[in-house]
Design a protein around this ligand. Structure first.
Ligand SMILES: [Fe+2]
Length: 181
């Protein structure tokens, strides 16, 4: 499996989590808020899986390899992806802050606003990576370089998450997806 296949698979899990976030917002709009524990579990998935694990693989392994192959960081797709990762982190912090505000009407509206900004950013971002950046990567990386990137992914996961946590996060989001189908 190529390094980009791993990242594309992770995108599918993140897209599943974004659909759960949409469902939480819809429920809040109907004044049927979901249990706080579910919102907390979902935000933990975005923080620990999408950002600390997945984005770390891109930022610390794939992007530097592409730069070494001549793709410029500034003024090119890597720079755009990095800026969007930062934007996503800021929106995720806003989402966590608004989720902590509780149950009132204003809190629900703030949560919905932050959630919509986050989901639309991340969906567009994933589409750009899948359709533009990863295709470039598949053209420029040879097999040996790709294997080296895949081994760096394992190191990135070990640094980002305690043992077993990746599987626990994936199971948690799969279970939320069943609940909020
Ligand atoms: Fe990504």
């Amino acid at each position: 499996m190529r390094s980009t296949d791993t990242l594309r698979q992770e995108h599918e899990h993140i897209l599943q989590a974004l659909s759960v976030l949409d469902a939480l917002v819809d429920r809040a709009a109907r004044s049927e808020p979901a249990p706080q524990a579910d919102a907390r579990a979902l935000l933990a998935f975005f923080r620990d899986f999408a950002d600390r694990s997945h984005h770390a693989k891109e930022e610390n392994a794939l992007f530097p390899a592409l730069e070494a192959r001549g793709l410029p960081r500034r003024g090119g797709p890597i720079g755009v992806m990095l800026a969007e990762h930062d934007e996503g982190r800021a929106l995720l912090r806003a989402l966590a802050d608004t989720a902590a505000l509780g149950e009132g009407e204003a809190a629900r509206a703030n949560f919905a606003g932050a959630a919509r900004a986050y989901t639309s950013l991340l969906r567009a971002h994933i589409q750009k990576e899948n359709e533009i950046l990863f295709r470039m990567a598949e053209r420029v990386l040879d097999v040996a370089e790709d294997e080296r990137i895949t081994s760096l992914f394992a190191e990135a996961d070990a640094a980002a998450l305690p043992p077993g946590e990746r599987d626990r996060l994936l199971a948690s989001v799969a279970s939320l997806a069943c609940t909020y189908r």
